[in-house]
Structure formats: structure tokens, C-alpha cells
Design a protein around this ligand. Structure first.
Ligand SMILES: Cc1cc2nc3c(=O)[nH]c(=O)nc-3n(C[C@H](O)[C@H](O)[C@H](O)COP(=O)(O)OP(=O)(O)OC[C@H]3O[C@@H](n4cnc5c(N)ncnc54)[C@H](O)[C@@H]3O)c2cc1C
Length: 507
């Protein structure tokens, strides 16, 4: 996998298309361009998924929220893209997530009726996008007993039942980015981390190797700026108005027995909710906030204590057990790359994506979300192809499975470690085969760091050999997500160091 690595060594002087940024949008552009037969260079100043793409709620949204705002086109596009991800391109990295709206005393019968109508509209969206009911079942009302079976820690007093619906959940957002980037590299794209673009026009980029300081220029027929909240640094004509969204991380046993996501109403507000999202690794995320951000953008945004307190209060109102600050084992924040659409609250700004061509021909693609990355990439490459007068095949990403993808029943039949199948699909076999080349036995390669930390040496080694990780941070914060919980990260660090050492002997 020499196509995916750090630095600027052995790059061509000229390619058809350069894409700047390796979040989900840039990785998607690289895959789209490479599968159309274009010679492609994709670079990130830091690492794959270094920016917003690793701080999301990790949902594959059907677009219900847009419907509520009358944005029918965006809602339909979301539902279509959700279906493509879940049924064609990434069944291995997505799963159906049951979501429960508990009908508590604070939710009036009128509000419950409206929510039920909304969920039915969401199901109509699913049908219009041709996503099967076996992938995402239709919504239904459940009794209080059933609601408590799915979420035993809910407050019981005044609970008169719940509304159950289904949406998509990602195994992990950074894993999606990594897999898209690796797939792009498998189609021949040059994918480079630690490669900062210091200046860009529509036909050239000036690059700096962040490991060695070496600089160079690559020319291209088209250049796409996919740098998310940093887009304005390369395209002075673009203004973003980022907003910060924060999530808490709790241990699963803080809210025992939770098998569904819970949509918890924000006390005192009629149409605002927080999501309580069980994760596959023994944690639960609680999110999210929407705070305008002013001033210089940090590389890694920090949640504020006020946001943490707000989210704890929402959970406390819906669940029986009072939550304490000590229950919060981690917290993370991301910046939404929202285009400045004039005055208004950031939460009302359009979540739609935009493709904008600047005065030098630099194509910027911004906005949108993880769910719609494929469509964003298609639109950006269409624009770049037209502008650069490139001859390219048609877009094929809606029918091109990501590496490791297979139908769900096939994945279920694989006789390989369940965690590896969940995170790599059919490539679990390659992960294991690569790790075995170290000469270590499976007991050691597949042993979790601890009871609470399921990360294994096998996946860390693969992160280095096949996924371009060059240091402990890449491995713990982006190839795996153990870094979301500082105490777990510290426990996993020795294993990450060992993986780097073992992998260096394999290449
Ligand atoms: C809190 C939160 C929750 C969200 N939840 C969801 C969700 O559940 N589902 C969903 O579908 N969407 C969700 N979204 C939206 C989604 O996460 C974003 O729209 C998406 O990740 C943006 O990706 P991006 O690739 O455009 O930007 P980024 O991921 O920020 O990528 C930009 C990249 O550009 C690189 N870069 C910047 N400048 C340079 C340079 N000069 N040279 C080289 N590289 C550079 C950065 O290092 C970075 O890696 C959420 C967003 C937030 C903030």
C-alpha cells in the first residue's frame, strides 16, 4: 500500500487532479477521481480524519431534520446516500440503529403526535430512497414495558411508552475516512499525510512535507479544496461560520442495559433534543451542542464546561440515575463547516453542501456531512472535470464498494474475530494475515488491551502497514478511537509503540 503514506517522496510533478484535505470530503473526492481514471494526488497537513470528520455523532442520517425545515431535496439526497452506504458501499462499517423517543410526562400528547408524524415522514423518505425495510424497519409505538426493556435506566415515573424508529450508525467516522482513503489508494490515487498545502490555485499547489520541511510544487489540470472549516485559508473568497458541537463519553455501565439510542428532550424547550448513543466499544456518547465559534480556529477544538454541564442535565432529566461530572470519562468537540449564509443562528444555517469555483479556478467543496460525502465528491469532481477540461469516465462511486465491503449475511458468516469483521469487513482476513507476519501468535495479536479497552495489536500493526499511520497519535486517535477516553488511551499506548516497532520490521 505504498500509495498511502506520509510525506512527499516519489510524487509525480503533474497529475490530473489534486485534492487538499483528507477528511471524509477530500477522501471521497480522491476516490471519485481515481475511479474515473484520473491521476490523483490527495494530501492532508496532518493525518487522515484529523479535522471535523472524527468528531461527529457517527450517524448515517436519513435527513428527517431537513424535512422538518422544509428542505425536501436535501432530505431526499441524505436518505439516498444513507441507503447507498448501508446497502452497497459500506455495509461493514454501518449498522441499523434503533432510536427511542421516550414519552415522558414532559412530552405532551400533541408533541408526541407531531413526533410520530415526523417519524412516518422519515419512513416515507426511506421508501422513496429505495432502502429496504430489512435494513431500516418502519417506526412504531412501543409500550412503557418495551421501552424499559430497551433502556432500563430511563426514568419510570410518568413514562407512558415510546416511539421507536431506525437510522444508520457508523462503526466509527475516522474508520470510514480511512477506508475511503485506502480504497482511493487501491485505485491508484497518491494519498499523502503530513503534506501541507501552503498555497493553491486552480492548476497548482505548493506543498510542505511536515516531517522534513522539504517543499515542492505539483501542477494539475484541476485542484479541489476540501479543507472543511479551514477552506477560507486557501480560498480567500470563502467565509465560514463554524459552530461547535460537543459530545460526552460515558461507560456503558453508567446507563446499564441500553440497547437503543435515546432521543432525550431538552428540559424547557419544545423542539430540541439530545442523543444518547450506545457505541460498539462499551461506551455511550451523549450529544450534542451547537455553539457559535469566533476567532482563530483551533486544530483540536475543546468542549467547554458549560456544554458538559448542559448535556449532563439533559441526560439527568430522562434517566433515573443522577449523573455526576465523574461519570464523564471523555468529551470531544467538532466544528461544523457551515457556509456563512448571512445573519441568523448557526443552527439555522443550511447544512447543504456547496461547490464554488474561485477566480483562479480552484474548486472548493464545503458543508454537507459524512452521510452525503459521496454526492459532495461527485459534484466537486464534475465541476473540476468541466473546469479543467479533463477527459474522465462517469462517476461510479454509488456502485463501487469500499475495501472490505460485503452483504450483511456474508459478513455474518465470516469465521474471523467479530471486532475485526466489524471494523474491516472481509479485510479482517488481511488484517490478521498481516499481523501474523510478525511471528506472534493469535493469542497475543488478538488480546484486548484490557476488559474495558477492546483494541488489539493486530489492528494497530495494520494501521501502520496498510493505513499510513506513522505515530502513536495516528494509531490511538484516528485508526482506533481509544483516544476519546484519556485513561484508556494511556493504557493502550504501550501496545501502539509495540505495533510501530513490529510493523517497521515488516516493511
Ligand atoms: C459535532 C458534529 C457532529 C456531526 N455529526 C454528524 C453525523 O452524525 N453524521 C453526519 O453525516 N455528519 C455529521 N457531522 C458533519 C460532518 O462531520 C462534517 O460535515 C464532515 O466531517 C466534514 O468533513 P470535511 O472533510 O469537509 O472536513 P474535515 O474533516 O475537517 O477535513 C478537512 C481536512 O483538511 C485538512 N487541511 C486543512 N488545511 C489544510 C492544508 N492547508 N493542507 C492540507 N490539508 C489541510 C485538515 O487537516 C483536515 O483533515 C457532524 C459535525 C459535527 C461538527
Amino acid at each position: 500500500m505504498t500509495h498511502l503514506r506520509a510525506g512527499l517522496d516519489d510524487l509525480p510533478d503533474h497529475v490530473d487532479l489534486v485534492v487538499v484535505g483528507l477528511g471524509i470530503t477530500g477522501a471521497g473526492v480522491a476516490l471519485d477521481a481515481a475511479t474515473r481514471g484520473l491521476t490523483t494526488l490527495a494530501v492532508d497537513a496532518h493525518d487522515l480524519a484529523f479535522g471535523t470528520s472524527r468528531w461527529s455523532s457517527k450517524l448515517v442520517h436519513g435527513g428527517l431534520r431537513y424535512l422538518a425545515h422544509g428542505q425536501v431535496g436535501v432530505a431526499h439526497e441524505s436518505a439516498v446516500e444513507r441507503g447507498i452506504l448501508m446497502e452497497v458501499t459500506a455495509p461493514h462499517l454501518t449498522r441499523p440503529l434503533p432510536m427511542l423517543v421516550p414519552l415522558m410526562s414532559s412530552v405532551s400528547r400533541f408533541q408526541a403526535g407531531l413526533t410520530r408524524l415526523g417519524l412516518r415522514a422519515g419512513d416515507a423518505l426511506r421508501i422513496s430512497a429505495h432502502t429496504g425495510a430489512e435494513t431500516l424497519p418502519a417506526p412504531r409505538r412501543v409500550s412503557a414495558t418495551e421501552a424499559l426493556r430497551m433502556a432500563p435506566a430511563l426514568r419510570r415515573d410518568g413514562l407512558r411508552g415510546g416511539l421507536l424508529s431506525w437510522d444508520g450508525q457508523l462503526e466509527d467516522d475516522a474508520r470510514l475516512v480511512t477506508t475511503v482513503a485506502r480504497t482511493a489508494a487501491s485505485y491508484g490515487a497518491h494519498v499523502r499525510t503530513r503534506a501541507r498545502v501552503t498555497a493553491a490555485t486552480g492548476t497548482r499547489v505548493d506543498l510542505r512535507d511536515e516531517l522534513t520541511g522539504v517543499t515542492r510544487t505539483v501542477t494539475a489540470r484541476a485542484v479541489v479544496n476540501a479543507t472543511g472549516v479551514w477552506a477560507g485559508d486557501l480560498a480567500a473568497d470563502i467565509t465560514l461560520r463554524p459552530s461547535r458541537g460537543t459530545h460526552l463519553v460515558l461507560r456503558a455501565d453508567t446507563l446499564p442495559g441500553l440497547t437503543v439510542a435515546v432521543t432525550a428532550p431538552v428540559p424547557g424547550e419544545t423542539n430540541r433534543f439530545a442523543l444518547v448513543l450506545p457505541q460498539p466499544d462499551g461506551t455511550v456518547y451523549v450529544g450534542l451542542t451547537d455553539e457559535p465559534v469566533d476567532g482563530p480556529l483551533p486544530d483540536v477544538p475543546e468542549p467547554s464546561e458549560a456544554e458538559i454541564g448542559f448535556l449532563l442535565d439533559v441526560v439527568a432529566a430522562a434517566f433515573a440515575r443522577p449523573l455526576r461530572r465523574e461519570d464523564v470519562i471523555g468529551a470531544f468537540a467538532g466544528l461544523r463547516p457551515l457556509l456563512d449564509a448571512g445573519p441568523g443562528r448557526t443552527s439555522d444555517l443550511s447544512r447543504e453542501h456547496a461547490v464554488l469555483t474561485g477566480p483562479t479556478g480552484l474548486v472548493t467543496v464545503v458543508g454537507g456531512k459524512l452521510t452525503t460525502y459521496r454526492r459532495m465528491a461527485q459534484d466537486a469532481v464534475d465541476t473540476a472535470v468541466a473546469h479543467g477540461d479533463l477527459s474522465a469516465g462517469r462517476c461510479v462511486t454509488a456502485t463501487t464498494p469500499l475495501l472490505g465491503a460485503a452483504p450483511r449475511d456474508e459478513l455474518a458468516r465470516l469465521e474471523l474475530p467479530a471486532r475485526l469483521v466489524r471494523r474491516y469487513g472481509t479485510d479482517a482476513a488481511l488484517v490478521l494475515a498481516t499481523a501474523r507476519r510478525t511471528g506472534l501468535g493469535d493469542d497475543e495479536l488478538l488480546a484486548p488491551v484490557s476488559d474495558r479497552v477492546p483494541v488489539t495489536l493486530a489492528e494497530l500493526v495494520f494501521g501502520v502497514t496498510h493505513e499510513g499511520a506513522v505515530d502513536v497519535d495516528d494509531l490511538l486517535d484516528r485508526r482506533t478511537r481509544v483516544g476519546l477516553v484519556p485513561v484508556d488511551r494511556a493504557a493502550a499506548e504501550p501496545l501502539a509503540r509495540r505495533a510501530l516497532e513490529l510493523a517497521s520490521q515488516l516493511v
